[in-house]
Design a protein. Structure first.
Length: 224
């Protein structure tokens, strides 16, 4: 068993798909789903209004590595009124190892009216498949407060993944060459700042300060 990792990613609210879901680079912002995780859980609810759904696309882009995704609920049905969880299973084929992309397509419509505009959701994500077995020395290798279970496999603390719990997860992923040094914490490269290293204001501030220093030096030279 491996620790779960929870992330709040709102796909649809008030019949509108979240803008970042529609961003062509959306999958780049999300971490690759590690090999240790065989499924992803989603929570959804319809609220007061009644909606029906249809998963019209479940596709693996490389079935040599990853089998076609499977969902734990019927392909078509009614969205529950109260919050409920369903799973998307991501079975590795066992025939190849690497990172495979997969796509999920979902249509949502009001139960007794015309289809709502913009209620067709398309998401492409990435899943790692790697061959990892028991490690007899895992008690010496589990990092970041992970521990070795009875099967000689590292069980990771929430927010860490990898055979030896060596990798921290950040969402969105650290941008502009930044590194995820702890769960949700990015260490930015020179010139960038922000929670996800998305901003370049630090560089402009340094430039302004350097320019000011140069002006001061010129003034001092003139005084001499």
């Amino acid at each position: 068993m491996f620790s779960a990792i929870s992330m709040d990613i709102y796909a649809i609210r008030d019949e509108i798909i979240s803008p970042y879901i529609l961003d062509p680079r959306f999958e780049e912002y999300l971490p690759i789903i590690p090999s240790e995780f065989a499924y992803v859980n989603f929570t959804w609810q319809s609220g007061v209004r009644k909606y029906v759904y249809h998963f019209d696309k479940l596709e693996s882009h490389n079935e040599q590595i990853l089998e076609v995704p499977q969902i734990s609920i019927p392909i078509k049905g009614r969205i529950p009124k109260r919050p409920k969880v369903f799973s998307v299973k991501l079975p590795c084929s066992g025939h190849g190892w690497g990172i495979a992309r997969f796509s999920i397509g979902l249509k949502i419509e009001p139960r007794k009216s015309k289809p709502s505009e913009g209620m067709s959701l398309r998401v492409t994500l990435r899943k790692e498949c790697a061959q990892r077995g028991p490690d007899q020395e895992c008690d010496k290798k589990c990092a970041n407060d992970g521990w070795c279970n009875e099967d000689k496999i590292c069980q990771c603390k929430e927010g860490y993944v990898g055979q030896h719990c060596q990798t921290a997860l950040c969402y969105p992923q650290c941008m502009n060459g930044g590194n995820c040094t702890a769960p949700g914490i990015c260490s930015c490269t020179y010139g960038f700042q922000g929670r996800h290293c998305e901003g370049g204001q630090y560089a402009s501030v340094i430039f302004s300060l350097n320019t000011l220093d140069t002006v001061k030096q010129m003034i001092q030279v003139k005084k001499l």
